[in-house]
Write a protein that binds this ligand. Sequence first.
Ligand code: UDP
Length: 442
Amino acid sequence: MEKQGKSGHLVLVTVPFQGHITPMLQLATILRSKGFSITVVHPELNSPNPSDHPEITFVSIPDQLTKSQLSDTDVASLTLILNRNCAAPLQHCINKILRSYGHIAAVVYDTLMFCAQTIADNLRLPGITLRTCSATTLLFFPVFPQLDEKDFISEIESPELQVLQLQRFRSLLSQSPTEATMETRVAFTKAVGRSSAIIVNSMEFLEQEALSKVKEYFPAPIFTIGPFHKLAPMVCSSLLAEDDKCISWLDKQSPKSVIYVSFGSIASIDRRELMETAWGLANSKEPFLWVVRPGLVRGSEWNELLPNGFRESVGERGCIVKWAPQKQVLAHVSVGGFWSHGGWNSTIESICEGLPMICKPFFGDQHVNSSYICKVWKIGLELHELERGNIEKTIKRLMVDVEGNEIRKRAMDLKEKAALSLIEGCSSICSLHDLTNQISSA
Ligand code: UDP
């Protein structure tokens, strides 16, 4: 075991999902650069590769989860199972780390792993929650336990938040919640309410109005220290092997000509939606790089259900991979647009490269992110239905039409603002200083 860092020792607790592991490992690297020594405690399933992070100690805890449970169980039930199965091993593990280092400066946990806050409370250690989605999603937390009793979101009057139509998301959330959903919501809310700090991979200017509302509802200070991947650019955290052949394909394309298409690590589509997406891409006549992840198409191993004649129709104009080095792809000169499911990591990564987007949200926070992208920041076009004519038209609007140029300009403005927030003395860097000061002085 390595010795304690000059700023202290931190225990970071993650959950086994790609979109959560990545920001947690990026945060680990950022905090490591601030003088903390770090132990990352993670469930056995989807373990990160320790050899990619020699400066971090990794400890896995038994989770009794199977790969099929990960894809077949709804998020709320999975979160409950994870917390139930991991609570005792996590407690044991943190006790052991405490004995070994003599002191733990804080337990930083993914909001989904709320049992870590109880463990931290019992040991009188500061618990810090990392929300890997937008800060705005925290606004739903205070209403979770009493969704039907208190019309809290209608109290929000800021113009930006009204454009987001949080009311609509609230009604989506309150539609016949299961017991697991209710239990998870109560647990989330209690944990975040007791945490001594909240960290988000966001930037002050992106969610200013929501951030000031969040501050009214939670006592803990909120630290927006994103974009994480620009502060920790070398972090390698893909659970699937990245296929680099798409980079040599991109090298052969014209500047800003390619639309990159990825629906992230969890969303899935059916056979009909695959057909529509394939023909929409083919008929647009624009070059595309498409991530067809194993499991993306329900009931299929990989891309064997692609329609007859599709490959012949697109020829060299299309490239399909199982998993792409996304950050490298987004930064490539040939990429001119990103058709995304609107996952928060993808959103932040896209903003940092100034790319205009097409959003087809599937579930959860992707709807809120998509509204930010298309209605608040106005850097994208929303795609409501996976229908070939609609897809073809939307791709052309973004990649060819004058409308796309306007969207691109706004996306480039956001890119500049994102870069500015990482300059010494600017918002994210100041927030990071404040966070490290708070941890060290606790
Ligand atoms: N990603 C990747 N290669 C791909 C597709 C996605 O590396 O082919 C990464 C992407 O860069 C992002 C993460 O996977 O960091 C997806 O997280 P996000 O929050 O966007 O969506 P989720 O997978 O959680 O739905």
